[in-house]
Design a binder for this molecule. Structure first.
Ligand code: ADP
Length: 350
């Protein structure tokens, strides 16, 4: 069902994206592939569909709920959970690795004590077979263990020719910063990666998506509703799916919009607080900057003036610079001080 709000897993459930899937398939033998784009654009869905289509053994590390200062235990649990979900595929390899215990239907990767397994060891063993390792929302791996993770991916890049890593990221600036391909101090410095950036659907595709979705639900929906949804959600498939789903329940476009705005507000709060570990004062500053931009303030000097008016105090160049850079790295705004997501914009005006 198109309006199912979970990531799609089968090609038949995915709307469009043939070109992007083909591009990933054509590059599948490269060591490192990135799928980037704003939240809800369909990265996880495409990753899952590609992996299902390829029929190459794989697992996906889901970093979406990783806390900002995650521990080694957190990280190893992610790997344990991901591999456990494909246990039968990897059982033979896993049984040869010291530092992994197999307990019924799940495995535990040990990260401390007498016997433990490093990620590089794990990758070297997995390299026995052709395997694809997906890492969803990989920018969340930034933090105290990022050097260790990048060292292990760089090691696999050089020595484990059977492994391909596919990383997705919604906070595109942070993902690039995490990998540090252009940073001479990063273990991944200078390595080639193939990046596929997912774009939003144009008006025609959005319309087709919505019509098809409503048709699946056997709902006859007025033209105005279809166009209203397209106007509001600007071709981002995840918002279109949410809108279609909500509208089919409540038949009230205004309510649909409010629901989406509340979802976005929650996400914005999490992004600002998680990214920066910020104090309430700094979080308020982020919100003021976002409110100014959401109202159409689109130059440095206008933003400075707007903040002065809103807060009654001036903002230093370095603080504003830092906030704007972070909003760009989080893929909330672009270089021209425009919101990338129309609902994030609406939520920021409030
Ligand atoms: P991302 O990983 O970029 O945040 P997801 O893959 O989780 O995006 O997709 C967000 C929502 O949009 C999900 O409900 C998913 O089912 C839907 N979706 C995204 N792209 C498509 C598509 N091409 N066809 C059908 N549904 C899609």
């Amino acid at each position: 069902m198109l309006f199912d709000e979970r990531p799609k897993e089968n090609k038949g459930d995915l709307f469009d994206r043939e070109k992007e899937i083909e591009e990933i398939m054509n590059n599948i033998n490269r060591p490192l592939i990135l799928i980037t784009g704003v939240r809800r654009i369909g990265k996880t869905s495409i990753l899952k569909v590609v992996l299902n289509e390829l029929k190459i053994p794989h697992f996906i590390i889901d970093c979406r709920n990783l806390p900002p200062n995650y521990s080694k235990g957190n990280l190893y649990s992610l790997f344990s959970n991901a591999i456990s979900s494909k246990l039968s595929t990897f059982l033979e390899i896993l049984s040869k690795i010291r530092g992994i215990s197999i307990l019924g239907n799940s495995i535990e990767l040990k990260w401390k004590g007498k016997e433990y397994v490093t990620l590089s060891d794990l990758f070297d063993h997995l390299n026995e077979k052709r395997i694809i390792i997906g890492i969803d929302e990989a920018q969340k791996l930034r933090g105290p263990l990022s050097k260790e993770i990048k060292d292990s991916i760089a090691h696999a890049y050089d020595y484990d020719r059977n492994l391909t890593f596919i990383l997705t990221g919604s906070e595109v600036g942070l993902l690039h910063e995490f990998l540090g391909i252009e940073n001479s101090e990063s273990p991944l410095y200078g390595r080639y990666y193939h990046e596929i950036t997912l774009e939003r659907f144009d008006k025609d595709k959005s319309e087709l998506f919505l019509r098809k979705g409503f048709e699946e639900l056997r709902l006859n929906v007025d033209e105005n509703v279809i166009h209203g949804i397209i106007e509001m959600f600007d071709g981002i498939p995840g918002w279109l799916a949410l809108a279609g789903n909500q509208f089919s329940n409540n038949r009230d476009l205004k309510r649909v919009k409010n629901i989406a705005i509340n979802v976005a507000l929650n996400e914005i709060n999490n992004l600002i607080e998680m990214k920066n570990n910020v104090s309430p004062v700094v979080a308020r500053r982020y919100r003021t900057v976002m409110r100014c931009i959401a109202r159409g303030t689109n130059s440095w000097s206008k933003i400075v003036n707007c903040i002065q008016k809103e807060e009654g105090s001036t903002i230093s160049t370095s603080v504003l610079d830092n906030i704007l850079n972070n909003l760009k790295k989080l893929s909330i705004i672009d270089e021209n001080y425009e919101f990338l997501d129309p609902i994030y914009k609406e939520a920021s005006i409030l």
